[in-house]
Design a binder for this molecule. Structure first.
Ligand SMILES: Nc1ncnc2c1ncn2[C@@H]1O[C@H](COP(=O)(O)OP(=O)(O)O)[C@@H](O)[C@H]1O
Ligand SMILES: [Mg+2]
Length: 268
């Protein structure tokens, strides 16, 4: 166990972000959002499409710079350019993200082994190619794919297999914080549940915190210790997943709970 700066790996304080559109009104995508994620916690962020979830994720990954607010990652102020610069390597290695659509996030001309190895190479994790190859195969297997996938390319894989590659790549970096932005939204319901199980397994093996983003509450219910519900750029409700499911206090949360599809086992 490493020595922690506090109990939270991530503290998001009063985060707001507006997109500027020339000739039109600005879009206030994120409006005064605050939440904390503890070390090793799985935190769910739910909300319909357009509610601002990905914008929050992109601010945490330093892909976009928020208009206002502060984000602390492991004691580092990642809304401060100087601090980002002086902790560049740590931030690059420890924060990983998986996107919904791996068709566009994985380079289709690269072999799977190289896709998984790329961040390891950038950060000089392994001295020899042999060591690296061995590790890449290990990560593939952890993600439920065998060695034969190593030399294939993304377009030769199914959507579920591509997400497994993205998972192997992200967990291969041994992240302390993994952001999964609707990672299984484009997969069939049955495969979604397999992926949820895989995620739980990997999380236990790897000891990391996860920000799991989803538009509905189905997978969040299985996966997450805590959940925040976003609507129109704001968090309308936040708390322990079980408590929120038992007694949602906001009408929007109730609506999302009612929208959860009935499990297939109920069908004949
Ligand atoms: N790059 C962008 N430029 C302009 N508007 C954007 C951009 N990205 C997102 N938005 C807008 O910000 C709002 C929140 O989007 P997003 O964070 O992607 O929501 P979600 O991930 O919950 O679907 C939406 O109204 C969306 O259209
Ligand atoms: Mg999104």
């Amino acid at each position: 166990m490493s020595i922690h700066m506090g109990e939270n790996i991530l503290e998001v304080n009063n985060l707001s972000h507006s997109f500027h559109r020339s000739g039109k009104d600005n879009i206030r995508a994120v409006n005064d959002v605050s939440f904390n994620i503890k070390y090793n916690e799985i935190f769910g962020l739910a909300g319909e499409s357009g509610s601002g979830k990905s914008t929050v994720a992109r601010c945490i990954m330093n892909i976009i710079r928020p208009s206002t607010g502060r984000i602390m990652y492991d004691g580092i102020n990642i809304t401060d350019k100087k601090e980002i610069k002086s902790h560049k390597k740590k931030l690059q290695c420890e924060r990983q993200i998986i996107f919904q659509d791996s068709t566009s996030s994985l380079n289709r001309h690269m072999k799977v082994a190289d896709i998984i190895a790329e961040p390891l190479r950038i950060n000089n994790i392994f001295g020899s190619g042999k060591e690296e190859r061995h590790y890449v195969i290990e990560m593939l297997e952890e993600a439920g794919l065998n060695e034969s996938y190593a030399d294939r390319k993304p377009y030769e894989l199914s959507g579920g297999e591509r997400q497994r590659v993205a998972i192997a790549r992200a967990f291969g970096m041994k992240p302390k914080l993994l952001i999964a932005d609707e990672p299984f939204a484009s997969l069939d319901a049955g495969i979604q549940m397999q992926m949820v199980e895989l995620f739980l397994h990997l999380k236990n093996e790897h000891d990391c915190a996860i920000l799991f983003i989803a538009h509905d509450l189905l997978m969040i219910r299985f996966l997450c210790d805590k959940v925040a519900v976003m609507n129109d750029g704001k968090i309308v409700e936040c708390g322990n997943t079980a408590e929120i499911f038992n007694a949602p206090s906001h009408p929007y949360t109730k609506k999302l709970i009612d929208a959860i599809p009935i499990p297939e086992v109920a069908e004949k």
